[in-house]
Structure formats: C-alpha cells, structure tokens
Design a protein around this ligand. Structure first.
Ligand SMILES: [Zn+2]
Length: 134
C-alpha cells in the first residue's frame, strides 16, 4: 500500500528509511471491525517503553465468541509486550498478537487498553489486523 510522504513529516532524519514505512496512527476496516492503533509515546529519548492505544470498533448486530485476535506489526523489533485488555504474544520480532478471550456483544466497541512494548525511538506502526470468531 502506498504511504503518503506526509507521514515522514513528524519524524527526524535519524529514523532513516524506516520512517517511510510506518506511521504513528493506523486504521484498518476488516469485515464488521474498524481497528485503530495510535502510538501515544514518541520521541522520548532515553525511555525504552512505547505505549500504543488499541481500539476495536464493532458495527454488527451479531456478536462473536472468543477469542478476538488483533495483530500489530511494527517497523522495528520490539520486546516485552504487555497489555491490560488482552494477552500479548510476540509472534515475530516486530509483530505482537493480542488475544482477548471474552465474547463480543453486537455493536460493542472493544478497547484493548494500551499495548506497551520496549523499543527504540524510531518505532512506528506498519500494519494492524483483526480476526473474530463466529
Ligand atoms: Zn462482528
């Protein structure tokens, strides 16, 4: 997918080539879901932890059985993923899979809380995906 150059505008030059392939906010529509990830802590030199807010808006009269699985892909490797509203698993060096083992009600927006990872200053969001269970 083509990324608008404007995404690089808020990044400094030290982030190099990675800045072209990520963003601070990404949204994807998958079936009855609109899932959004927002990198809330950026450019904090000296801090290892990065905080990402995950919101899953659900537009359907049908509910879902668990699990609800959200996959977040970063431009760089991350470590030590933690999340209040789901169980995080590092499924690749730069990919965190969040598993929520609760049913989803019709038209219920699911806030997974903040995903916290360890990463360097150049961390950006590359992709997000969501899979429910029928
Ligand atoms: Zn649904």
């Amino acid at each position: 997918m083509y990324k608008k150059p404007i995404l690089m505008a808020t990044e400094d030059m030290s982030e190099g080539i990675y800045a072209a392939s990520g963003a601070n906010t990404i949204t994807k529509v998958v079936d009855c879901w609109t899932v959004t990830a927002t990198l809330k802590q950026i450019n904090q030199v000296g801090r290892m932890d990065r905080r990402i807010q995950i919101v899953c808006a659900h537009a359907s009269v049908q509910g879902h059985q668990p699990p609800l699985v959200v996959t977040v892909t970063f431009n760089n490797p991350v470590e030590n993923p933690q999340c209040g509203g789901a169980t995080p698993t590092l499924t690749a060096p730069n990919v965190v899979t969040l598993t929520r083992n609760q049913p989803v009600n019709p038209n219920e927006s699911v806030g997974l809380g903040d995903l916290v990872v360890w990463a360097d200053d150049s961390l950006l969001l590359v992709d997000i995906d969501i899979h429910d269970t029928h």
